[in-house]
Design a protein around this ligand. Structure first.
Ligand SMILES: Cc1cc2nc3c(=O)[nH]c(=O)nc-3n(C[C@H](O)[C@H](O)[C@H](O)COP(=O)(O)O)c2cc1C
Length: 206
């Protein structure tokens, strides 16, 4: 495992915020140098190559109070908790592309990523109250240890619900199964080119 981690590139440096029309990459794995980290770095690099301001965020490094379901956001358009999610919700609302990289953990997304997604009820509250959220697209890239597309059923459902909640139009996802055997996404033929051209095409088509 140490060799595996040591052989991986460092994640792209996060920026604090992106201006309107930027790209937000959410790296949902707690392992900074794992496969989601690599997928996130390809997407972020491609977006930056296209001249688009891009931020990469790591839910497991953030201070995120879990949603308590008080529904105050549907009265005020903002969450009762003011933590690192406040700025992130604003960044996502203004962005043009949201990329989510997630491993399958116990059939679903890791806990830190789930806490982040739940807090976007506040953006739904804001939109419901008439807040402006420009059109944007969303790309899910997920990895699973086990073989078989069925391992992504829950992750795909969670991310689909999130995209739908905050008016994000989904692109076709990139799902890589069998990672227990493959170990390193960089060894999957054509994958890096596929990810890069997906991000590039999405940004070019606007
Ligand atoms: C806590 C935990 C739970 C996992 N649960 C599943 C699972 O339910 N199904 C599966 O296919 N893989 C599962 N895996 C394997 C991961 O999806 C796989 O190792 C993935 O490549 C990790 O992504 P990363 O390299 O970006 O961290 C699990 C791994 C961990 C650490």
């Amino acid at each position: 495992m140490d060799t595996f981690l040591a052989s991986h590139p460092v994640n792209p440096a996060p920026v604090e915020h992106v201006p309107g029309g930027g790209v937000v990459v959410i790296q949902g794995s707690p392992r900074p140098g794992g496969n989601c980290g690599i997928l996130a770095s390809w997407a972020a690099e491609e977006a930056r190559n296209a001249g688009v301001e891009t931020m990469v965020i790591y839910p497991h490094d953030m201070d995120i109070h879990p949603c308590i379901g008080c529904y105050q956001c549907y009265n005020t358009g903002t969450c009762v908790f003011q933590d690192e999610m406040t700025a992130l919700i604003d960044d996502v609302a203004k962005s043009r592309l949201v990329v989510i990289c997630s491993p399958v953990y116990t059939n679903t997304v890791p806990a830190g990523l789930k806490a982040l997604l739940d807090r976007f009820q506040a953006l739904h509250g804001e939109i419901t109250l008439g807040g402006h959220s420009p059109p944007k697209r969303g790309l899910l890239m997920a990895v699973a240890g086990r073989k078989g597309i069925q391992n992504f059923r829950c992750v795909s459902g969670v991310i689909k619900a999130f995209f739908s909640l905050v008016d994000i139009t989904p692109l076709s996802p990139v799902l890589i199964d069998g990672m227990d055997e493959i170990r390193d996404v960089r060894t999957v033929p054509g994958l890096e080119d596929h990810v890069r051209s997906k991000v590039k095409e999405c940004l070019d088509s606007e």
